[in-house]
Design a protein around this ligand. Structure first.
Ligand code: RIB
Ligand code: CA
Length: 309
């Protein structure tokens, strides 16, 4: 089978961590590099988490440190959401290896030039690295096969009333990416909210309690405790759905829309404006995910647990 070469640009982050091990395990994915960026936490912590995950699961890929937003003051996520180190209850051994000598923009550039026209970028973080890449090396735009991103929303927000966190953190970067002409698959909060993972589903998924099952449970603060029960409404594992979409795009239903990003709104800064009714008569630039086949998603998690042991 021809494997899909993937670079994962991420800000681990507990859901990034699950997404990363899913693509690492997937038999049809050839993970080429992990480029990290400031997002859930500052760029040093997201890089540290990325390197520790890559080493713990023996990924043998370069891991790089990334950037902070340029046009907007960086604001990390509230640490109560993912825990102080951003990895839930998971604590991994300190990495023995080192980061790539290249920063994330340079590593993206290097790996894309090695496989022009083939690389699918799985972006599960603010799009700062990718926007900088396109600004510093505009010629790579036509060398990127596609970008599958977790970010944005057709309706609503998960960080402000109208914005999703990854886009809000660096809306100018997101605008550059959406306007780049690169084929984009957008997994927004809409499809994530429609794919909650309930406690009893975790009970079944993580029953084997091997190293990987335990790691995933720790990431998700599972099993719950009195202080922090698994929410009744279920868990929303944002980035894992984007990983599922890069492993098998048919897991989602898609609609093709024109999408742009608000960068001047006082209270709508970072909103992804999805032209569902084609009012603007602009050529659609984004495939937006609407529904996810939850059983297929769970099967990918089971496969990851079995494969990585
Ligand atoms: O809005 C969800 C996104 O914000 C995910 O990528 C999660 O990791 C956080 O960064
Ligand atoms: Ca993320």
């Amino acid at each position: 089978m021809k494997k899909v070469p993937v670079i994962m640009d991420c800000d681990p982050g507990n859901d990034d961590a699950l997404a990363l091990i899913m693509v690492h395990a997937a038999e049809n994915i050839d993970l080429r590099a992990v480029t990290t960026v400031a997002g859930n936490l500052n760029r040093d912590i997201t890089a540290k988490n990325g390197l520790e995950i890559a080493e713990y699961f023996n990924m043998k890929v370069p891991v790089s440190k990334g950037c902070y937003p340029i046009m907007k003051k960086f604001e990390a996520l509230d640490i109560s959401i993912m825990g102080a180190a951003g990895m839930g209850n998971a604590v991994l051994p300190q990495a023995k290896g080192s980061y790539s000598p290249l920063n994330s923009v340079e590593l993206l550039h290097q790996e894309i030039r090695k496989a022009p026209g083939e690389i699918q970028i799985l972006a599960t973080a603010p799009l700062t690295n990718i926007a900088l890449l396109l600004s510093v090396y505009p010629e790579v735009r036509d060398m990127i096969k596609g970008i599958t991103m977790m970010g944005g929303a057709v309706e609503g927000g998960n960080h402000t009333p109208r914005t999703e966190f990854n886009i809000y953190t660096d809306a100018e970067a997101a605008k550059i990416v959406f306007q780049s002409g690169i084929p984009i698959r957008m997994i927004g909060i809409d499809v994530t909210y429609r794919t909650p993972v309930y406690e009893e589903e975790l009970d079944e998924l993580l029953a084997c309690r091997n190293k990987t099952a335990k790691f995933i449970g720790d990431l998700m603060f599972y099993p719950g405790t009195k202080e922090r029960p698994v929410p009744q409404e279920g868990l929303f594992i944002w980035d894992a759905l984007a990983a599922a979409a890069v492993i098998n795009p048919d897991i989602m239903t898609w609609r093709h829309h024109f999408v742009d990003v608000e960068t001047r709104g006082e209270i709508t800064y970072g909103e992804t404006v999805v032209d569902v009714k084609n009012y603007l008569k602009k050529k659609p630039n984004t495939h937006v995910a609407y529904e996810c086949n939850k059983q297929e998603f769970f099967q990918m998690i089971r496969y990851t647990i079995e494969k990585l042991g």
